[in-house]
Write a protein that binds this ligand. Structure first.
Ligand SMILES: C[S@@+](CC[C@H](N)C(=O)[O-])C[C@H]1O[C@@H](n2cnc3c(N)ncnc32)[C@H](O)[C@@H]1O
Length: 210
């Protein structure tokens, strides 16, 4: 007999749709729905996908950016290559400087969109899991601070916890619009939310006095 998830997924409409439409994961529909609502990704954009395996979000990003764009996917797990030459997969931990430098080199400095569906590995102890989740969220926000072009967009998965409100307040200082949403394809019982930052306002460098 299969696991409960195996049984559930047989009846999951997005799982079936992904199989039928040849998407790598049911999560593809989350980024499709988020993009439809917020117009995040445009043709020709450079998109960085943090926590990308098996590649469902990158696949949608590739469709959106077309041949002129670029998609970089990063994950601890291997991302099976795409036929498109404008996709680069990096296997590694995006919280490390080494991997962040690899991303910077591939994009030549700046990206138009950062997308992240990354989930920390959970141990089941609520306080620890919440801290891991906050750390990962803060890393994604920090990477976006470093690589987003002015007016760039960010979308990331977050799990609501004690620092959720503070995180939104901080984001509102960095993006002209900040929205929180749960796309229809996100399971109702999951505590995940998606935070969207539109129109990034990079910090101006203070002029040195000498
Ligand atoms: C829900 S999956 C992403 C699914 C993906 N959006 C898709 O549509 O196929 C979350 C991913 O985040 C990755 N992840 C979590 N922490 C990471 C880290 N520090 N560095 C790289 N990848 C990470 C996990 O390995 C996992 O593959």
């Amino acid at each position: 007999m299969g696991s409960r998830w195996q049984m559930e997924k047989k009846h999951d409409p997005y799982y079936k749709k992904a199989k039928k439409e040849d998407y790598r994961s049911r999560a593809s529909y989350k980024i499709k729905q988020l993009d439809k609502k917020f117009k995040l990704i445009k043709e020709g954009d450079t998109v960085v996908d943090l926590g990308a395996a098996p590649g469902g979000w990158s696949q949608v990003a590739l469709e959106k950016v077309g041949e002129e764009g670029l998609v970089i996917g990063v994950d601890l797990n291997r991302i099976k290559p795409f036929p498109e030459e404008n996709f680069h997969g990096i296997r590694g931990d995006f919280t490390t400087t080494e991997v962040q430098e690899k991303v910077m080199n591939l994009i030549g400095g700046k990206a138009k969109v950062v997308i992240s569906d990354a989930s920390p590995s959970l141990c089941g102890i609520k306080n620890i899991d919440q801290l891991r989740s906050i750390d990962l969220t803060n890393t994604v926000i920090g990477i976006a601070d470093n690589i987003l072009e002015p007016k760039g967009n960010l979308v990331m998965k977050v799990f609501q916890g004690p620092e959720y409100k503070d995180m939104l307040t901080r984001l509102k200082k960095k993006y002209r619009q900040v929205k929180t949403t749960k796309p229809p394809s996100s399971r109702k019982k999951s505590s995940e939310m998606y935070v969207v930052g539109l129109d990034f306002k990079p910090k101006k460098n203070k002029k040195s006095k000498d």
